[in-house]
Design a protein around this ligand. Sequence first.
Ligand code: HDE
Length: 755
Amino acid sequence: DAQSAAEMPYNTTKALEYGDAAYVPHEGDTETPTSPLATASTSTETVASPKVGAGQPDLGDNPLDGPLDRVRVDDSGRMLTTNFGVPVADNQHSLKAGLRGPTLMEDFILREKLTHFDHERIPERVVHARGSAAHGYFESYDDLSAITRAALFGAPGKRTPVFVRFSTAVGERGSADTVRDVRGFAVKFYTEQGNWDLVGNNIPVFFIQDAMKFPDVVHALKPEPHHAMPQAQSAHDTYWDFASLSPEIAHMLLWQMSDRAIPRSYRTMQGFGVHTFRLVNARGASVFCKFHWTPLAGTHSLVWDEALRIAGADPDFHRRDLWEAIDSGQFPEWELGLQVFSEAQAARLPFDVLDATKLVPEELVPLRAVGKLVLNRNPDNFFAETEQVAFCAAHVVPGIDFSNDPLLQGRLHSYIDTQLTRLGGPNFHEIAINSPVAPIHNNQREGFHRQQINRGRVNYDPNSLAGGCPFQAGARGFVSVPEASQGNQVRGKPALFADHYSQARLFWISQAPVEQDHIVQAFRFELTRVQTPAVRKRVLALLASVDEVLVTRVAASLGMDVPAPLPPATDRPPHPYSPSSPLSLLSRPGSVGIATRRVALLVAPGVDGPQTRKLYAALLDLGAAPRLVGEQIGKVAASDDAPLDVELSFEAGPSVLFDAVIVPDYPDGECTLSRDARALEFLRLQFRHLKPMLAVGSGAVLLRTARIPDRLPDGEADPGVIAADSCDLADALAQFVAVLSRHRVYVRDTDPPRL
Ligand code: HDE
């Protein structure tokens, strides 16, 4: 009512803007925050890593939650108002001259509501439009001050708040998550020395070597400009036309056609800074560095047929997975690894470290784990946080610097530039999610939507009227590495950049046989979609330069002859790398068992109730996400008196949304699902997509009805098709869990898929 509104002069949901004293707890609040940090404890940091022991985290100088809480708004128990705080009496009817009369111009409430709505959309990102994000922290394992003065690496156990956004690169904002594409892995560290954005990908190399070509590769990848098709796909002529004419793309193509481009989850993919960066210590000495994120849950991918179907069944598959994992307390974690090397070491490597189409093999420069990333809080508002977050490759802090990689150098311009259009002006750093926790003091002023109210008459430097403030930080500030560089103005590239094939081949020969199969199949799919025969042929010529086996297999899969390799771009012989196992996805199994894996238990009338409940509970205990799936939701009569609650139907929860399946026992031998094509299809797709399957007792009949083979083509038993008597259930479940923790039964894979 008007009186209580008058008693609330401030928006109390912005308590921290006016200090703690202004905070009035509203209904549902259990405690009054005593400091800007107090609210952090409600959703974060309950699980401290063993590296720092138990207890509340020391957020120290990095209180991100304070600044964000200032703008978090909770409407519960609040009156509806206009944007200017005027209470709104009626939100259902516009103001009219008579009930059937014209609407009145005077209705400022209607006009404000419609006007705001009319302008709700902002331009989507020109690349990486589709993304999902979360809050968390980075925890340093060690004191790295010997190699970098970046404060976030300053002490063991030191935690820095982060906001991380994952994305696909090509699709529009509403496109599906599981398309074949490189994924973005962008981390914003809110350090006390300012924000550091490590804007990386899940593939350690890139399409091109020079920023000059970026608009071309993106244009070629995006939907073709005349008819705006296809959406979020690389399988079309313009992309492969560009690729076939760009030999430097060879290495990236191999990664892009591998299972890396269809991750099972954001939580199970690696991240890479891609470029060579520099670390700089307090004495100004610098070393080169590559950044790697390794998921503790292991690296896992989808299979292509599954990825295609998920795009229909749940286009938000990765977004949902990330959200649900965090929501259920299974916080995704990655270790940050550094490859550190000197300029002298770099000079001895068989490639140029400034070339973003090359990786530094771990045999040559080992990875050192230096910290852990934990994502433990979902955003409160997608637009305010995930959409408005602006990552900029140029945002570094003292202790981190750039190399001369010509791709990186172009990025230093592009990211800030693009925000001017996307976020509407130069003050995007004041949007809450982008604001540093470090204070901002400078003489930059005005522009659209300025928030900061700078006091005083001085907005220039040097000045005497403000005592010279804000003053230059000198040695405490960011000092660029004083690298000597002198040369003629020239457009071109160093000779070593021209070795396009040695590392592409390294990737190919480092893959497990099943991964090689998938690469060949991906080329087959993409090039089959290409309409122009000459483009297909040129791609084969490119592959012929990479590896003979690869090109022979791809050509055969397209019914084509193997063409002559492209003329080499360099006289240097290819570098003979030896296979480097860490490049195989299967080489990083992870350490989290079956936590968060989705397991379907197929239930119908007559199912063994006690057994089903026991299996369900056992899976829950292991952190998995079991679901009862049946013909429709609701109660289903079980073998005992207690009915089971079916959670998902075959329609709403198809096979591709599950990592594994269990068919429990049907004690009287009769299971109605054997007459339901959807149930049989469910099992066949579980089999086809290489998933572990457990059938208990007469549940095995259903597998037989679906014609699921329990032998591999070579006659060996399929380790992932497990039949159990009710009495040896514990052993069978243990076997099932062991197979599921390895994710997929890759030995089952055949082309074509068999039944
Ligand atoms: Fe980006 N890139 N990029 N990129 N990129 C953008 O910035 C660009 C490159 C990457 O979640 C844009 O804010 C140029 C490499 C990610 O918000 C834009 C070049 C790598 C994201 C842009 C590159 C990336 C972007 C579009 C070559 C891996 C999403 C919207 C010179 C190391 C960040 C935006 C997020 C986004 C430009 C190459 C990763 C236009 C010019 C290499 C993860 O500024």
